[in-house]
Design a protein around this ligand. Structure first.
Ligand code: IVH
Length: 669
């Protein structure tokens, strides 16, 4: 009986807590005190601890965090998570409207205007009235299961009255006030400040410890009911009202707009209103309101054609150019950098900006001490636009490019307007080279970032890439440095040891050969399989590889011809660093559709044709528009017409969408 009582009490507490959460976090109107709320929450947590079997799947106790994951599970999106095409001005917007009017044969189109919050796109999946999981956008096809973190956002409903399955998408973000508060706390603790709200939100959601996510004061707005028609919603604005009714937090700044003139007026209004909002927005979103028109309007590979993002022009602010300092990259290239009086632009704190090269500074006529215009668009690195010469007071001084390396003092060499330090022993080049070697896309040595490399270099523990692998000789000395424990040294040495087994493309990229990015490195590794092969390659051999042009080909041949580099490779070999390509071609090749030519015809249900094309191409199939003898498989949806007939005539393999999907899934592991 006691158990029965507990069950009832758990249900009662859960219901109350969720109702209060909704009142407080969605409606902004609470009917209980914090103390009352906490009392109920604590009672629930205690009861659940006493009776773990009675814990409800979506218990409100999850809201406080506590689960710690070791990694995030990958979850494929049922429908691809698309992004939006951009518009930058009135002309783009008028174009968008005109094309739609022509296509739909309408004089005026109704749109929904919404603000575009700069946060983290998220999808929530519900079934039988319960939240099933929350998943990030990922690459659009597959995201990560971050449920345990997202449910700590208390405005997100765990239960809803709609019992049919549905998926809702929106944006998780950090309000300006939360970011300011978080940064204040970090400053007090001497921790680095978070530069902007978007990174802060993304970082919080990617925490493996959900208590940290819970402490971050994130919020979310929901703006897209993915399978609206399946829950009888035919109009986007109605679907948002419906989400409201189900308990989701939708953005009140939205407005139904009749025709392009009202759209343009909304843009004007929100350009003004933007700074007064409690969160950063980088644009506005306009969607055709009539969902029944969506299929007719269609999609491109990555975006729906029934919606568009209007991006605000980059924001400009003025600040002072305090100084210019030079840095040395891993290739020896010298870059002048601006030291700026810190300014806040579009949610980011800016105090440095690249000035690219000497000519950039000369062309703009920049002087040290100038007041300058700084421009920053969301997601884009800050740019010094021009000086304001009228603001000069005579204390400004011209920038004079140094003739010597700021690090090693050796004379610089000028090649095509750019300065280089060609001293292979230049400390900066060596440090940058090691940082690059250890970086995520290269050998991925966890725990060996800029600061650590700089510190160890300074102490003389490692001065070149191969010496990373003899760092264990200095374990005792490292322990004497501030902030190192046996445990942290162990884990770093382990990470170093593990990196020896990385596949060739990572090593190739890590070596820092000019012009070789990670994608090119992958193509090269796949093609040549072993590091030793590169010593015998000619430029002609290399030109045959995808994405390799004459400049890259020359750079590779020169790099391997350099005796210092072959010496380094011999040392790495001696250390047992893997030189083989370990990529699993077979995994791709094991998929049924790999390497085949596919034609899609008729109406597909689960994915749009564009989405299906992308999925197939991603696993190495070729999708073609017409049936010929070269076609391997025709995937036929509903009402397939002449292509299907032709395929039958040619005896080509034909399958329906369901069969195709199960073949795709089968070999996807
Ligand atoms: S609609 C198919 N509406 O912006 C429709 N997106 O650049 C997909 N975003 O990936 C998105 N506010 O993460 C939509 N009111 C809004 C939005 C919004 C922000 C984000 C979203 C999307 C990205 C596209």
């Amino acid at each position: 009986m006691e158990k029965e009582q507990a069950r009832l009490r758990i249900a009662e507490l859960s219901e109350k807590l969720e109702r209060w959460n909704y009142e407080y976090y969605v409606l902004n109107a609470s009917s209980v005190s914090d103390a009352e709320f906490d009392r109920h929450m604590n009672e629930l947590i205690m009861l659940e601890e006493e009776h773990p079997d009675l814990r409800l799947k979506n218990s409100p106790s999850q809201r406080v965090g506590g689960q710690v994951a070791s990694e995030f599970k990958k979850i494929p999106h049922k429908r691809m998570m698309l992004s939006l095409a951009n518009a930058f001005n009135e002309d783009d917007m008028r174009d968008f409207d005109r094309k739609l009017r022509e296509l739909l044969h309408k004089d005026v189109i109704d749109y929904m205007g919404e603000v575009k919050i700069d946060g983290l796109g998220m999808s929530l999946v519900y079934d039988r009235g319960e939240l099933q999981y929350c998943v990030t956008r990922g690459d659009g096809n597959v995201g990560e299961d971050v449920t345990q973190n997202v449910v700590t956002i208390r405005s997100i409903p765990l239960h809803v009255s709609e019992k049919r399955p549905f998926e809702v998408r929106g944006e998780v973000f950090m309000p300006k006030a939360s970011l300011d508060q978080l940064n204040k706390e970090r400053e007090e603790k001497g921790e680095p400040l978070l530069a902007n709200a978007r990174n802060a939100a993304a970082g919080s959601i990617r925490q493996l410890d959900s208590r940290i996510a819970a402490s971050r004061k994130l919020d979310a707005y929901w703006y897209y009911l993915v399978n609206a028609l399946e829950v009888d919603q035919h109009v986007h604005s109605d679907s948002l009202d419906y989400l409201d009714k189900l308990g989701f937090k939708t953005n009140p700044e939205r407005r139904r707009l009749h025709g392009i003139e009202e759209v343009l007026a909304y843009i004007e209004e929100y350009t003004e209103k933007r700074p007064t909002l409690g969160y950063d927005i980088d644009g506005l979103v306009f969607k055709v309101d009539d969902i029944d028109d969506y299929d007719a309007i269609g999609y491109t590979a990555k975006t729906p054609k029934w919606a568009i993002a209007y991006k605000f022009p980059p924001m400009e602010v003025s600040t002072k150019l305090i100084d210019i300092f030079l840095t040395v990259g891993r290739t020896g290239r010298i870059t002048p950098n601006a030291v700026l009086e810190p300014v806040r632009v579009q949610g980011s704190l800016v105090q440095r900006a690249t000035l690219n090269n000497e000519d950039f500074i000369k062309d703009k006529g920049l002087m040290i001490g100038d007041t300058v215009i700084l421009r920053k668009a969301a997601d884009v690195i800050p740019e010094v636009v021009r000086p304001l010469p009228n603001m000069r007071d005579g204390t400004e001084r011209p920038f004079i490019m140094s003739e010597n390396c700021p690090e090693c003092g050796k004379p610089l060499t000028k090649v095509q307007g750019l300065h280089y330090c060609l001293n292979a022993d230049c400390p900066s080049r060596k440090i940058e080279g090691m940082i690059h070697f250890a970086s995520r896309d290269a050998m991925d040595i966890d725990g060996m970032g800029d600061k650590v490399v700089e510190e160890f270099f300074g102490e003389g523990f490692m001065t070149s890439i191969p010496e990373i692998y003899t760092l264990y000789n200095h374990a005792q000395e490292i322990k004497n440095l501030d902030g190192w424990s046996d445990k942290s040294i162990d884990s770093l040495l382990n990470a170093i040891e593990n990196s020896k087994g990385r596949s060739l493309e990572k090593l190739l990229f890590g070596l820092g050969i000019k012009e070789i990015g990670s994608k090119t490195a992958k193509n090269l590794a796949k093609r040549f399989r072993h590091l030793d092969a590169f010593f015998n390659l000619t430029e002609e051999d290399l030109l045959k590889v995808e994405d390799i042009g004459p400049v890259a080909a020359k750079s590779i041949v020169e790099w391997f011809a350099n005796p210092e580099h072959s010496q380094m490779i011999e040392t790495l070999r001696f250390m047992n660093v893997n030189f083989d390509y370990l990529g699993n071609d077979a995994a791709d090749a094991s998929n049924y559709f790999y390497g085949k030519t596919i034609v899609l015809t008729g109406g597909l249900e689960k994915y749009s044709r564009q989405e299906m094309t992308e999925i197939l191409e991603n696993i190495g199939a070729k999708v073609s528009g017409s049936v010929s003898k070269k076609t391997d498989v025709v995937i036929a949806g509903s009402d397939a017409g002449s292509k299907l007939t032709k395929a039958q005539a040619l005896g080509i393999e034909i399958m329906n969408e369901q069969e195709a999907l199960s073949l795709l899934e089968k070999n996807n592991g």
